[in-house]
Design a protein around this ligand. Structure first.
Ligand SMILES: [Ca+2]
Ligand SMILES: [Ca+2]
Ligand SMILES: [Ca+2]
Length: 282
């Protein structure tokens, strides 16, 4: 057996899989999950999303701003709100989807290619149990999924973040328990694998809950890694391109009139996703 040929073949197979696995061209290096030619990432959460404690950005940057700088042609919506709980987010989402205000929230979730939910730590002060908060986070996921599906016709990708653990006496074990529940509920259709809980407590400020600027650097590093590796991987799970022609299955017949089971629908030698007129031969 010629191992060099086997190695070249395997490498080509891997490269082709990466090249053809996305149904729409990447935008600014990020998957365009809804195929609208834009990359939009929306982060919903509380003061750690807003960037409280981030002295170098006047408490308004945090990990979202830091990550966004790496994707200049993408849009990042930071919808972090100090003190917000999972219950508050449910309330805001229900109002937004029923047309009772929160227009920015509505736009941010209906246009997003990826939605991150990083919230729950404030629930401890409202005497919620970790299990009740985990249920509310599941509800957040379901409300977004069902409403975006009914408004756009397509499933979206909603990821629940595991929370950075504070140093506070009662809150730390409470969040540890919540993170454990979130980890055990992680699944393909509802990922809970964005691991902000891996950032060490030494990066917390004196208030023992908000990160320092260096702490936000660390959170941004976790987020960047997620955007680069896990996000594309999850998109491959929810957006099949079975004929590897560069168009997602669910957009083929509906949006382009092409077949999701034939890479070159008009038989002119050019794959549908790269054919300027995929239904007619030149
Ligand atoms: Ca998009
Ligand atoms: Ca396809
Ligand atoms: Ca063709």
């Amino acid at each position: 057996m010629d191992f060099r040929k086997v190695l070249v073949g395997l490498t080509l197979a891997i490269v082709c899989e990466i090249r053809w696995s996305h149904g729409c061209p990447l935008v600014s290096g990020l998957p365009d999950t809804n195929c609208d030619g834009k990359a939009v990432v929306t982060v919903l959460g509380d003061s750690l999303v807003a960037g409280i404690g981030d002295s170098v950005h006047n408490n308004k940057g945090g990990y979202v701003l830091r990550a966004a700088k790496h994707f200049p042609n993408a849009t990042f919506h930071n919808l972090g709100e100090g003190g917000a709980t999972a219950t508050d987010l449910i309330f805001d989402l229900e109002r937004a989807f029923s047309g009772r205000g929160h227009r920015r929230l509505l736009t941010a979730v209906t246009t997003a290619d990826l939605i991150i939910v990083d919230i729950g730590r404030n629930d401890q002060w409202r005497f919620k149990t970790p299990l009740a908060t985990r249920r509310n986070l599941t509800r957040v996921h379901d409300i977004i999924q069902s409403n975006v599906k009914s408004l756009t016709g397509h499933n979206t990708l909603v990821v629940t973040a595991l929370l950075m653990v504070p140093k506070r006496l009662r809150q730390a074990p409470w969040i540890g328990e919540l993170n454990g529940l979130l980890r055990s509920s992680n699944k393909t259709s509802a990922p809970a694998d964005l691991r902000f809980d891996t950032v060490p407590k030494r990066y917390l400020s004196e208030d023992r809950i908000h990160p320092t600027s260096k702490g936000y650097d660390k959170l941004a590093s976790v987020f960047l890694s997620y955007l680069t590796f896990k996000f594309p991987s999850h998109v491959r799970d929810i957006r099949l391109d079975r004929d590897h022609d560069g168009l997602y299955d669910e957009f083929e017949s509906e949006r382009y009139g092409t077949l999701s089971t034939r890479a070159d629908t008009d038989g002119d030698g050019t794959r549908d996703g790269y054919d300027p007129d995929p239904l007619h031969q030149p």
